[in-house]
Design a protein around this ligand. Structure first.
Ligand SMILES: Cc1cc2nc3c(=O)[nH]c(=O)nc-3n(C[C@H](O)[C@H](O)[C@H](O)COP(=O)(O)OP(=O)(O)OC[C@H]3O[C@@H](n4cnc5c(N)ncnc54)[C@H](O)[C@@H]3O)c2cc1C
Length: 377
């Protein structure tokens, strides 16, 4: 495991300033910040951001993207998250589906989906988890059987974020029966249209009553043969490499940052105790940011820092939660979602939603296992 020290170049710092200027102009001064990458679905904002070239940054120009570095993408994501911008519509497709299509997709699939993703207009969900398969993804039971011209898919996916708003999802399913001693074999990924006949999307309300994720039932859904993503039977290898990509970015440690910002805005005169809280949080954020930036540099160098990425998510998501608890203690305030104080309203939202951060994208225990195995090998 290695985290090489790195700093931003003057050109990268200039990009940051540009993004800040854009956000100051685009977001109304009184906008309610979204918490994290899944915070709010706003297609208009996604398209406007894309027009500036800040969606699909890592997609090559021949597919409608901008061929920028992972570090440039990191800088833009960091600013968007810190400002609480509504990036929920495009973020998962941009972060996860686009690299998967570039690595494993056919030329036809890339030409069909990547330009729309880069334009901030085509949105994807992730169809991995099932009622009895979360951490143990290899045990998925959704199955696809061959039919004329493609596949028939039957099964149930759960916790499918934004399936009610998105267009497609990449479904991990079994395309051949499980064999004794090889449960990772026989799994494949299919790109499924969320509006196809036989697909039923039902809400699973969040703790605060909001609608973010869903159960998606697939009842003999026809999927054309050209919608197999990657090689048949390589689904396990593909999703694990995809997960490595999604674990290390600023979206894993900045989700609750807007709460801190509002606290400081509403409390201009810090006590010594407040300053100590702020100092501890800032020091941790700075250290995690270095680790996360270092992973982005290493991606740009063509490396595959899966173990480092798992570690960043483990420390990053714990930080997101600890920040909420630290501010709750420091502010000594009652939780109130309908409060006239933006800080109190955001704090209440964060208390209800942040427990999920150490589950989504791989639980803390699973990430520790990945990191420990990486250290041992
Ligand atoms: C906000 C949110 C959004 C999500 N969005 C999506 C989505 O869009 N698409 C999707 O497919 N999934 C999504 N998920 C599901 C998420 O990936 C799973 O919740 C996660 O993988 C854990 O699976 P599980 O909930 O079945 O828990 P389980 O796997 O049952 O785990 C329960 C507990 O046991 C522990 N545990 C399990 N196995 C081990 C082990 N081997 N060693 C040590 N401890 C272990 C876990 O760490 C956890 O604490 C989302 C989840 C959340 C919270």
């Amino acid at each position: 495991m290695q985290f090489a020290p790195t700093v931003l170049t003057p050109a990268e710092e200039a990009l940051r300033a540009e993004v800040r200027e854009f956000l100051a102009a685009e977001l109304p001064a009184d906008h309610r910040p979204a918490l994290g990458f899944a915070g709010r679905h706003d297609p208009h904002f996604s398209r406007t951001l894309a027009e500036r070239g800040w969606v699909g940054m890592a997609i090559p120009p021949e597919y409608g993207g901008h061929g920028r570095s992972a570090v440039d993408r990191f800088i833009v994501a960091e600013e968007l998250l810190a400002a609480g911008a509504p990036i929920g519509a495009h973020f998962v497709a941009d972060r996860q589906t686009a690299p998967a299509l570039l690595h494993f997709g056919t030329e036809e699939q890339r030409r069909r989906f990547l330009p729309g993703i880069a334009a901030g207009e085509v949105y994807f969900s992730l169809g991995m988890s099932e009622p009895d398969s979360g951490s143990d993804l290899a045990s998925v039971r959704t199955r696809a059987t061959r039919t004329d011209g493609g596949w028939t898919v039957t099964g149930t996916k759960v916790w499918t974020s934004e399936a009610h708003n998105n267009h497609f999802f990449a479904v991990l399913c079994r395309t051949s029966p499980m064999e004794e001693g090889s449960k990772h074999a026989g799994l494949s990924q299919l790109i499924v249209d969320l509006h196809a006949p036989g697909v039923t999307v039902s809400p699973i309300p969040y703790l605060d009553g909001s609608h973010h994720f869903n159960e998606v039932a697939l009842e003999e859904v026809f999927v054309p043969g050209d919608m197999v993503l990657g090689e048949l039977g390589s689904g396990w290898r593909q999703v694990t490499s995809e997960l490595a990509y999604e674990r290390s970015g600023p979206d894993r440690w900045l989700s609750t940052f807007p709460v801190l910002r509002e606290w400081l805005r509403e409390r201009p005169d810090l006590t010594d105790a407040d300053a100590a809280v702020l100092g501890r949080l800032a020091a941790r954020a700075r250290a995690i940011r270095h680790l996360s930036l270092s992973v982005a540099r290493s991606l740009d160098a063509g490396e595959a820092p899966a173990v480092e990425a798992a570690l960043v998510k483990e420390v990053g998501t714990r930080f997101e939660q600890d920040l909420v608890e630290a501010l709750r203690d420091a502010a000594e305030t009652e939780l109130d979602q309908g409060s006239g104080s933006l800080f109190r309203a955001l704090l209440a939202e964060a208390v209800l939603t942040s427990p999920s951060y150490t589950l989504r994208g791989g639980t803390t225990e699973i990430l520790r296992s990945v990191a420990a195995k990486g250290l041992a090998s």
